[in-house]
Ligand binder design. Structure first.
Ligand code: B16
Ligand code: MG
Length: 220
């Protein structure tokens, strides 16, 4: 029986990827590394520090900075990102998501955020969605980020659900892999070929078709 739905944030609840991209692009250009949208796809669902490492590797500059300097670079990117987040409003919630969350609440099924973003609480406040979630996993609570299963397992544990009673929803390959290694049903949002290759059980092109009857049909 379905007891909890674990949502990724960026790419599932709203599109903050564009703001991440703008902030990383500016930071990268300051250290003479060029990134484009195609490269940005590899940063989706990946933690802030791992994103920085990937950018430095891309520019072959991974050995040019001390751990302290890397921390400063990540902090600088985050300041810029947080400034861009000021533009987020409730109208930025993806289609069908608010309705799905309301259906879950009425049915007593737990809704959990399992996002790699440390800014998730602020984003949910700006979207006016905080009250519709039962638990927001702090990525610092878990030992390993996606594609490790930790964040999804922690989310399930927090609401008293077993893996078989959970569905995870993700837009990134690393996220689908994390859900599958947590032994949960994985719903992908976005590119069907890419997400099926990562092990998704089903992929929808957008969030519009997500509904409680659809999710229940995957697990009963
Ligand atoms: P922050 P998700 C992820 O969110 C983003 O997709 C990824 O691009 C970002 O680096 C990561 O959060 C960390 O975000 O810098 O705000 O802590 O897709 O897991 O909801
Ligand atoms: Mg995502």
């Amino acid at each position: 029986m379905l007891k909890a739905v674990l949502f990724d944030l960026d790419g599932v609840i709203t599109d903050t990827a564009e703001y991440h991209y703008m902030a990383w692009k500016q930071l990268a250009s300051e250290i003479h590394i060029e990134i484009d949208r195609e490269f940005n796809e590899m940063l989706k669902g990946v933690s802030r520090m791992e994103s920085l490492e990937r950018i430095l590797r891309h520019g072959q500059r991974e050995r040019d900075f001390t751990p302290e300097e890397k921390q400063e670079l990540a902090t600088k990117k985050n300041k810029q990102y947080v400034q861009l987040l000021e533009q987020v409003t409730p109208s930025d919630v993806y289609p069908g998501i608010r309705e799905l969350l309301l259906e879950l609440k009425t049915s007593g099924i737990h809704a959990v955020i399992a996002s790699a973003s440390k800014n998730a609480p602020q984003i949910l406040r700006s979207l006016q969605l905080t009250d519709l979630f039962d638990y927001i996993v702090d990525p610092d609570e878990v030992a390993q980020g996606k594609p490790a299963p930790d964040i999804f397992l922690r989310g399930a544990e927090a609401v008293g659900a077993t893996a078989e009673e959970c569905i995870g929803i993700e837009d990134a390959q690393a996220g689908i892999e994390a859900i599958k290694s947590a032994q949960m049903i994985a719903v992908g949002i976005g590119d069907e070929a890419l997400l099926m290759a990562s092990g998704a059980d089903v992929v929808l092109p957008t969030t519009e078709k997500l509904s409680l009857p659809f999710l229940k049909s995957l697990i009963c």
